[in-house]
Design a protein around this ligand. Structure first.
Ligand SMILES: Nc1ncnc2c1ncn2[C@@H]1O[C@H](COP(=O)(O)OP(=O)(O)O)[C@@H](O)[C@H]1O
Ligand SMILES: [Mg+2]
Length: 284
């Protein structure tokens, strides 16, 4: 999902009263520091005695709030995936999750390595070290795919399931011409290269690095599920180009340990774009 780091956003972010109210309920007296907003009204804030969102304060958790009926993945579904994945790999520890009439939320502990809070690879300080970050992102994705077991994973998200969900989404119905175009473009997915537990949104912003730029952890696993590994690889490589600039995709793939697969990359980027278009329609 395309989103903005609040710290580099041109417009200051107003934290809505509903998020302040929730923060007061979950962590009485905590300061509320906006960290990230996505384009569908979701807002992530950090709760705690912080001077700035990037400062190191291990006990300050992250609160993601998503308004009711947002097309973003449901924080409660994300909490289920975090709890499951947390038995096998490094993802944020779930402290609280819930829903009320206004929206849903997820409260997670800050991920720390060596006593310091790991921070997103999208932070501007990684731009001068984009090659290092690109390698860490490839290494991290490989670790994710190698570590999580497909045979016991309760979440499945194959290309065919995703295409079916697009064509049957009642909140963004397609007309006959659109459905035919979608079917032509995406109805015949390439056979899976290797089925793994995919992250589902393995972008630069959702990868955390440690203080020196090594892979630390993934966040934002609301779309985690078993699928072809190129579903993640296609999105990760494109995100690296978009966030850091051209020329780094071969580094990501080399760090992951795979040769480029142009057909699967093209297919899974097109599928991602079709889903993004539907989300935008639902939001409108
Ligand atoms: N537990 C956590 N530890 C460290 N950083 C976090 C944590 N949770 C969220 N973040 C930061 O907040 C950002 C937004 O959270 P995310 O779950 O990705 O929201 P969205 O679904 O809106 O993209 C992440 O990119 C990451 O920088
Ligand atoms: Mg995210």
């Amino acid at each position: 999902m395309s989103s903005a780091l609040v710290g580099i956003s041109p417009t200051p972010v107003e934290v809505p009263p509903v998020v302040h109210g929730l923060a007061a309920r979950l962590r009485s007296g905590a300061t509320v520091v906006p960290v990230w907003r996505n384009e569908y009204g979701g807002l992530t804030v950090r709760l705690g005695p912080l001077a700035a969102p990037t400062s190191s304060a291990p006990s300050s958790p992250y609160l993601k709030w998503v308004p009711d009926a947002s097309p973003s993945p449901d924080p409660l579904a994300e909490a289920d995936r975090l709890v499951w994945a947390g038995s096998f790999t490094r993802v944020p520890h779930v402290l609280d999750a819930g829903r009320d009439a206004r929206g849903s939320w997820l409260l997670t502990a800050a991920v720390e390595t060596d006593g310091e809070v790991a921070t997103s690879a999208v932070e501007p300080r990684w731009r001068p070290y984009a090659e290092r970050a690109a390698i860490a992102i490839g290494v991290g994705l490989r670790r994710f795919h190698d570590t999580l077991p497909t045979d016991t994973c309760p979440f499945v998200r194959t290309a065919r399931m995703r295409v079916a969900a697009l064509t049957t989404d009642a909140s963004a119905p397609l007309d006959d011409t659109e459905r035919a175009a979608l079917d032509r473009a995406l109805g015949d997915p390439p056979p899976p290269d290797r089925l793994v537990v995919c992250h589902g949104d393995a972008t630069v912003p959702n990868t955390l690095l440690d203080r020196v730029g090594r892979f630390a952890a993934h966040v934002d696993v609301g779309d985690l599920g078993v699928g072809d590994r190129w579903s993640d690889l296609a999105v990760t490589t494109r995100s690296v180009s978009r966030r850091y600039g051209p020329g780094l995709e071969p580094l990501v793939l080399a760090a992951y340990g795979v040769a480029p697969d142009p057909e699967r990359i093209a297919y899974y980027r097109a599928l991602w774009d079709a889903e993004e278009a539907v989300r935008a329609r639902r939001a409108a």
